[in-house]
Design a protein around this ligand. Structure first.
Ligand code: ZN
Ligand code: ZN
Length: 314
């Protein structure tokens, strides 16, 4: 017997088939792991879910632009994944269909992928890279990054704290300083503002309380101002690294962030998407008790392949 799929059945019945809703400005999660992803070097028997380092792609369909947040060691795979969602224009600066790459700081998971713009790989021509002053200086002054600048593979555009950079007709990006291990660069998160929804991306910081002290802002107020908050979830709690005293290890724990926001209404909590989880973090596994607990408290966990619409198609 031949069975009929639901779509074919609808067509034969003469019913209109609804197109999926279009989206003019879309965020795509290209990775949600900590810098080293998972499995990490030295863990050959780790057979848990595979993680790529944290990265977001942003597609501006109206303006025919695409942006990348972070240049991770998995950049090749991540840009190809973005290509499968929406190919870039051939004439975008750099030649890879990317109108800008935004860097948060100089730790391995966040910028090593820049190397792929060089002559040994894509040989980009003027790929725009947005970074803060110290990060920009670090790249210009230290090999192999300095070679990318000298050969014109990348063109660094410096961002200024507190200033919104207009990168397309419908998108501004503003760096926000974050407290973190700043050996080589400062560390920022990014606020993405559109005529529709807004998002904040803070993959790495030492603590919310330190950030509140230095910014005069508050986590609750930040969440209230945006529609999506992708925030540091490196560690779940203090029991995660057996045999190690975790009190001196920075990063807000997932349980702490949830506790801080537990008094907020459900719709506010649902804006929070935990990202940048370490290979030891049990939320890495969507079926773990800890992942279920996060969902039960109405928070979200970012997963590679997630897509969120910031501006609906007209
Ligand atoms: Zn990191
Ligand atoms: Zn870091």
């Amino acid at each position: 017997m031949i069975t009929m799929g639901p779509l074919l059945a609808l067509l034969l019945a003469g019913e209109a088939v609804k197109e999926p809703p279009s989206c003019d400005l879309e965020l795509v999660v290209l990775g949600a792991g900590q810098d080293a992803g998972a499995p990490q070097l030295g863990n050959p028997s780790d057979d848990g879910p595979h993680l790529l380092p944290t990265s977001l792609g942003l597609i501006d369909r109206d303006g025919r632009k695409r942006f990348l947040f972070e240049a991770t060691p998995a950049i090749t795979q991540q840009v190809h994944a973005l290509d499968r969602v929406e190919p870039g224009r051939d004439d975008a600066p750099g030649g890879l269909g990317l109108d800008g790459v935004f860097l948060t700081h100089a730790h391995i998971g966040h910028y090593l992928g820049l190397a792929q713009f060089g002559v040994e790989s894509a040989g980009a021509d003027g790929q725009r890279v947005f970074a803060m002053e110290r990060m920009a200086q670090f790249l210009r002054r230290n090999g192999p990054w300095s070679q990318l600048v000298e050969l014109g593979n990348i063109e660094i555009i410096e961002l200024v704290e507190g200033e919104r950079a207009r990168v397309s007709d419908t998108l501004t990006v503003e760096p926000m300083r974050m407290p973190h291990r700043d050996e080589f660069s400062e560390t920022v998160g990014y606020l993405l503002t559109t005529p529709g929804k807004s998002a904040v991306f803070i993959p790495d910081l030492d603590s919310w309380e330190e950030w509140e002290e230095m910014s005069g802002d508050s986590l609750e107020a930040l969440v209230s101002r945006v529609d999506f908050a992708f925030v540091d979830a490196t560690f779940f709690d203090d029991d995660e690294l057996p045999g190690r005293d975790m009190s001196a290890i920075p990063h807000p724990r997932v349980v702490h962030t949830m506790k801080r926001l537990s008094h907020l209404p459900e719709a506010e909590r649902a804006k929070v998407h935990f990202i940048h989880y370490n290979h030891t973090n049990p939320i890495r596994d969507p079926g773990s008790a800890q992942s279920l607990m996060v969902a039960d408290k109405s928070f979200a966990i970012a997963r590679r392949g997630d897509r969120h619409c910031l501006v609906e198609g007209g």
